[in-house]
Design a protein around this ligand. Structure first.
Ligand SMILES: NC(=O)c1ccc[n+]([C@@H]2O[C@H](COP(=O)([O-])OP(=O)(O)OC[C@H]3O[C@@H](n4cnc5c(N)ncnc54)[C@H](OP(=O)(O)O)[C@@H]3O)[C@@H](O)[C@H]2O)c1
Length: 285
């Protein structure tokens, strides 16, 4: 049986639905957004009784946590408890068992001063969120023989019901609202279904270790928003160039938010979906 911790979240939910549709034996946890047949789990505490009751558990996908960069810093005590202390306590129940942890990590374990980091590059986080991710990665690497750590760049979806990168911009454009976009930080977003396929292939192919996954296109947020507007035929004057400093974030943002996906692609054989192909999947209805 697979357990998805955070099956009510963006990535966890897509993974959960994907495995369910395939008829796999999968359970999921939620915290504040109830999930049909799901297990309620609150990592502010450490009551794992409902998880420990599960029979035939083989893999735990950790897709949970406080995931907003500034929130991790502003509410450091709470985020540290949820993202590190109780996540590690949960994992501790599976050390010396055959259960494989699959931890969703981030490019923010790196400093972001360089482009396209590889798995072997030195981690050097510049934010509280990144430091928390490094701490859990380290615990897993030291405690488990078999594990998968998948580091992801910014994940986007094509479903209109969420507030992911391109969708929130499209929502603004379709209402004639101006988009203010930073032209001094670079991102390389990854399509959510590519992440789902990669996770499936890493597990089924028994590939263990650290894997980096990011999109191939590295552009500024401003350039991406212009590309999107052009593709859907919106007025380009709705896109306004800004500096990242104008957004008043509490934590610094990486100059380059990118990862080299070569090792992951080679192991899984997953072909990454091109950005234009993803745009075509968006229902503009
Ligand atoms: N999305 C990205 O662009 C991205 C990029 C790199 C890495 N990642 C990593 O991938 C993982 C999934 O990201 P995501 O964007 O899918 O996250 P998300 O949408 O923010 O979902 C977070 C999940 O964690 C659950 N959760 C929150 N607080 C909890 C608590 N106190 N106890 C138990 N569960 C709690 C949420 O439950 P409720 O919704 O029910 O409250 C939700 O299921 C995260 O570890 C993130 O760091 C994400």
């Amino acid at each position: 049986m697979f357990l998805i911790v955070g099956a009510s979240g963006l990535i966890g939910n897509r993974l959960y639905s994907y495995f369910k549709n395939k008829g796999l034996d999968v359970k999921g946890t939620y915290y504040s957004k109830p999930l049909k047949d799901g297990i309620c789990l609150d990592l502010n505490g450490a009551d794992f009784s409902r998880i420990l009751e599960l029979k035939n558990l083989t893999h735990i996908f950790l897709c949970d946590g406080i995931t907003k960069i500034d929130e991790c810093k502003i509410n450091r005590n709470v985020s540290y408890k949820v993202n590190v202390v109780n996540t590690i306590k949960l994992l501790g129940n599976f050390i010396n068992t055959d259960v494989v942890p699959i931890y969703l990590s981030t490019d923010m374990v790196y400093s972001g001063n360089e482009k396209f980091y590889r798995e072997s590059d030195r981690v050097s986080p510049i934010t509280e969120y990144g430091r928390q991710k490094v701490e859990v990665e380290k615990y897993i690497m030291e405690g488990f023989h078999k594990y998968i750590i998948l580091r992801l760049t910014k994940v986007f979806d094509v479903k209109r019901d969420g507030q992911t990168l391109f969708i929130s911009w499209l929502d603004s454009l379709s209402h004639g609202k101006t988009i203010f976009s930073a032209d001094d930080i670079f991102i390389s977003p990854i399509f959510i279904m590519d992440a789902v396929y990669v996770l499936e292939k890493l597990v089924s192919g028994r590939h263990y270790g650290i894997f980096n996954l990011g999109g191939k296109e590295l552009l500024t947020r401003y350039e991406f928003s212009k590309m999107l507007a052009k593709f859907f035929g919106y007025d380009l004057s709705l896109i306004q160039r800004r500096s990242i400093k104008d957004f008043g974030f509490v934590e610094p943002r990486s100059l380059f938010s990118s990862l080299d996906p070569s090792k992951t692609i080679e192991a899984t054989g997953v072909k990454l979906t091109g950005l234009k192909e993803c745009f075509e999947l968006i229902n503009i209805g």
